[in-house]
Design a protein around this ligand. Structure first.
Ligand code: CU1
Length: 217
């Protein structure tokens, strides 16, 4: 058991749960059905009574969502995602980046990677009005154009990126995303399958953490 996680409790002070994290549609509800939520919470309640009073808070939080199990979302810091813009299509003409971004959730701490042919394209971070008008800023706010530009999403809010080569932004090389606070519930519609898969892993991780702690005693 020496390799078990040494974390004190699976929920830290800043974690918030609310109804936004519960399954919102039929598909998500179906997914949650495969998770023995009530049974797990029940087992943990048994443990909390005699041996583990320190998990009472965490179990209580989980228990209050029994009728509509919460799909847990953890702070982005622990689960930073690297997004390759355009995925396999990368950053080029003829791709609808609006469609690429649709359904994705970007959190503070995640990374955008623009992969492109640096002899033909580049990337500028711009303001919203410049995004609309496809106006290229006079300075390159992202540093050098390497063809593999990594951008850390450090703050919340809307972010806009365009290709600065003449006509390319108008030709579709423009990306707008909204960066969310990783510790708050996400208001945007979720990419149900990937999000739930991740949440399920987190959920299982939590359970294993708790049970392994319990077993130690
Ligand atoms: Cu371009």
């Amino acid at each position: 058991m020496k390799d078990c996680s040494a974390s004190v409790a699976p929920i830290v002070k800043a974690d918030k749960f609310n109804l936004n994290q519960c399954p919102k549609n039929e598909f998500e509800r179906e997914q949650m059905k495969s998770i023995p939520y009530a049974s797990v919470v029940g087992s943990l309640m048994y443990a909390q009574v005699c041996t583990r009073p320190d998990i009472v808070f965490a179990v209580g939080m989980l228990g209050s969502y029994q009728s509509n199990p919460v799909a847990l979302k953890t702070p982005a810091i622990s689960l930073a995602t690297d997004f390759v813009v355009g995925d396999d299509d990368r950053w080029k003409l003829g791709i609808k980046y609006e469609d690429w971004a649709k359904g994705k959730q970007f959190f503070v701490g995640d990374t955008l990677v623009f992969k492109y042919n640096a002899t033909v394209h580049n990337v500028y971070k711009v303001k919203g009005d410049n995004f609309k008008s496809c106006t290229v800023p006079s300075n390159n706010s992202l540093g050098s154009f390497t063809g593999n530009d990594t951008i850390k999403l450090a703050t919340t809010g809307n972010k806009w990126y365009i290709c600065g080569v003449n006509g390319h932004c108008d030709g579709g090389m423009k990306l707008k995303i909204t960066v969310l606070d990783g510790t708050a519930p996400a208001p945007a519609p979720s990419a149900a399958s990937t999000l739930l898969a991740t949440n399920f892993q987190i959920f299982l991780g939590m359970i294993f953490t708790i049970t392994s702690i319990v077993i130690v005693y």
